[in-house]
Design a protein around this ligand. Sequence first.
Ligand SMILES: C=CC1=C(C)c2cc3[nH]c(cc4nc(cc5[nH]c(cc1n2)c(C)c5CCC(=O)O)C(CCC(=O)O)=C4C)c(C)c3C=C
Ligand SMILES: [Fe+2]
Ligand SMILES: [Fe+2]
Length: 347
Amino acid sequence: MDMTVAIPIDKAGTAACAPRERVGVLLVNLGTPDTADARGVRVYLKEFLSDPRVIEKQSLGWKLVLNGIILNTRPRRKALDYLKIWNTELDESPLKTITRSQSDKLTAALEGHDHVVVDWAMRYGNPSMQSRIAAMAAQGCDRLLVVPLYPQYSATTSATVCDEAFRILSEMRAQPTLRVTPPYYDDPDYIDALAVSIETHLASLSFTPEIIMASFHGMPQAYVAKGDPYQGHCVATTEALRKRMGLDASKLMLTFQSRFGFDEWLQPYTDKTVEKLAKDGVKRLAVVTPGFSADCLETLEEIAQENAHIFRQNGGEEFTAIPCLNDSDPGMDVIRKLVLRELQGWI
Ligand SMILES: C=CC1=C(C)c2cc3[nH]c(cc4nc(cc5[nH]c(cc1n2)c(C)c5CCC(=O)O)C(CCC(=O)O)=C4C)c(C)c3C=C
Ligand SMILES: [Fe+2]
Ligand SMILES: [Fe+2]
């Protein structure tokens, strides 16, 4: 006689009767295309730009512009940019390679905590949060710590990760208990890791930059005016970094990059500032991107290639893009300490 008992599976793919005594830690970054071609970029941009946390006005007009113009023009152009930075060995975007490595290194760092399961996901694209949360639940995670990999909080990034986590949990009968790590924009460990990574990188160069520019991803000014604390967090990070490195605002500047669309975004704009500095006679410039926990299109292409080109075109001579904290020892220290702090009482 067949004695196997069918375990009920709910909508989220969770085996409801699996033994549940583990803690899941899910690292989440923004998302990136699966393939460096127009089709891959189109699928990714459609999901990303249809999120009301990112584009708040999901009006009929926006949907017409998105589907009629943006998704018919931008993917081809952006696919060429992705090709310039693509990890050809693994055939994937660097954001995925680095986030996977952060997850692997965090797993190693938490060795000894046998009941902790570490995994990673993308808010848009793959691996999806849905698939990874289902996998963790199937492994028996009854508690889940979601880690949005954004030092500075923004509704367009951190909040939408929470929205998606709660949406996924809303489909589960046996929900894990949820915790989310807070933003860490002024965490002394994070500021220290940034300072060490900047100093280490500058020490490896054959020139000394006259100015360091801290370039953060921008967002529409209107979002900040409505209460998004993002700009304040970027300012706090930069001020803490200035203090830690003994630099004033003229030596460690704050700018915002990656403007999208025609609205006013946070200023000063990175590309315009790079151009002006070069025209004003600055010859050696370093750019650091503290808001990105992993190198990606916005750092490897937009800063290290596009802005380097702008600088040189306008009279600059030496340009260096400082790598993100990525899976470096100081970078992993930040993530490990953040996670251990928020796991208190669970491990
Ligand atoms: C349209 C509005 C956008 C807002 C607001 C926004 C905020 C924001 N984004 C990041 C981090 C990343 N963004 C990345 C790419 C990217 N961002 C936007 C638009 C907005 N971002 C677009 C359309 C794109 C795709 C590329 C393009 O078409 O230009 C990435 C890189 C992903 C990769 O594949 O490598 C990251 C990371 C933050 C922190 C942020 C907060 C204000
Ligand atoms: Fe973005
Ligand atoms: Fe960009």
